[in-house]
Design a protein around this ligand. Structure first.
Ligand code: B12
Length: 293
């Protein structure tokens, strides 16, 4: 290492604004920063240490405990970590931010997650489990309707930001829709982002799509697969006649909690039983994600 790239703890403290005492404690307890030694045995730090210290400080300001902040920093630049601690930390950071309607903080948590990890990992380990927790909280009365709506708006905006230009390219195309009356489409969007990672082109008709509009888009786009997902089986059922007509001409797949094997059989559609990211991997023929550590 070139001596000009290294610094002593005093300089690191000056640059990062973190006291030398706290830096020593983080180093001892969490391994961040991680100095090397000069021949004379002096600890020296690099600009990478400076970056990690700043990151750690930002995470702590966002409300993460120091141990969790250090864990995230240490993962930076590595492969996606296995399901577990890193996802849990990010998810609770996201939850805390959204619970106080703090869109900026929520976006910062997502920015940090997306800067380090792949989109499918962030969706599978942070966003989708968070939605599950939000739903349970809403059911048991600990999450207000306002919180659920704000969280949904922030996340949907973010997901569609990631989806920008997902219709372009040369891969197979998937047409994604939710049936008439069905307003839930976050699972569908995550699924589309998973397929996009595998090189598919995506067209999202979104929530509340009449069968006729799905058929019309399919005529023009000739998708390799049409995926219709819904939470409420009754809404999928009400669209069964139009979906059956569609399934005669195209590859149609049903998904979401509202989809069932008998309904899929009646319509002549395939059934996607997996969660969105797993289903995207299966449809695109990618290998499954590693099991939990
Ligand atoms: C976010 C949300 C909303 C948002 C939706 C925004 C949007 N654009 O999607 C808003 C605020 C609009 C909303 C509205 C309503 N909602 Co709502 N909502 C939720 C919430 C919290 C999360 C849903 C979600 O996106 N989850 C993420 C998905 C991916 O996870 P999942 O649902 O567990 O699905 C699993 C599988 O089925 C599969 N999967 C799901 N979708 C897909 C898609 C594909 C392609 C694939 C492959 C797999 C897949 O993956 C998951 C496993 O990992 C759930 C709570 C919950 N427990 O899910 C309620 C929930 C879905 N809502 C519910 C209800 C009742 C409503 C309302 C009727 C409430 C009301 N009275 O206003 C309205 C209107 C709904 C309508 N007409 O469609 C019920 C649904 C009950 C039912 N079976 O029909 C739930 C379960 C809450 C509850 N416990 O009562 N909701």
């Amino acid at each position: 290492m070139d001596g000009r790239d290294t610094m002593r703890i005093g300089e690191l403290s000056r640059r990062s604004g973190v006291s030398t005492g706290l830096l020593r404690m983080w180093e001892r307890r969490y391994g961040v920063p991680e100095p090397s030694r000069t021949e004379g045995g002096q600890r020296v730090y690099t600009t990478a240490d400076e970056r990690r210290v700043r990151e750690m400080q930002r995470s702590i300001e966002d409300g993460l405990p120091a141990s969790a902040a250090a864990r995230l920093v240490r993962y930076a630049g590595a492969e996606d970590p296995p399901p577990g601690a890193a996802g849990d930390d990010l998810r609770s950071g996201l939850g805390r931010a959204l619970a106080r309607f703090d869109e900026t903080a929520a976006n910062e948590v997502l920015d940090r997650a997306l800067a380090r990890f792949s989109v499918p990992w962030v969706l599978a380990e942070v966003v989708l489990p968070y939605l599950g927790e939000l739903g349970s909280g809403w059911e048991d009365g600990t999450v207000s309707i306002a919180e659920e709506h704000v969280a949904t708006m922030v996340l949907r905006g973010r997901l569609l930001g990631l989806a920008r230009n997902w219709g372009s390219g040369a891969g197979p195309r998937a047409l994604l829709a939710a049936p008439p009356g069905e307003h839930h489409d976050l699972g569908l969007i995550c699924f589309g982002l998973g397929l996009r990672e595998a090189g598919w082109r995506i067209t999202l008709l979104g929530p509340n799509s009449p069968g006729s509009s799905i058929a019309e888009a399919a005529e023009v786009l000739e998708p390799a697969a049409i995926v219709v997902a819904g939470m409420d089986g009754r809404l999928l059922d009400a669209a069964a006649a139009e979906l059956r007509a569609l399934a005669r001409r195209r590859r149609l797949l049903l998904a979401g909690p509202g989809a069932s094997a008998p309904l899929a059989a009646r319509i002549g559609a395939e059934l996607l039983t997996e969660a969105p990211m797993e289903a995207a991997r299966r449809l695109s023929g990618e290998p499954p994600a590693p099991p939990p550590a």
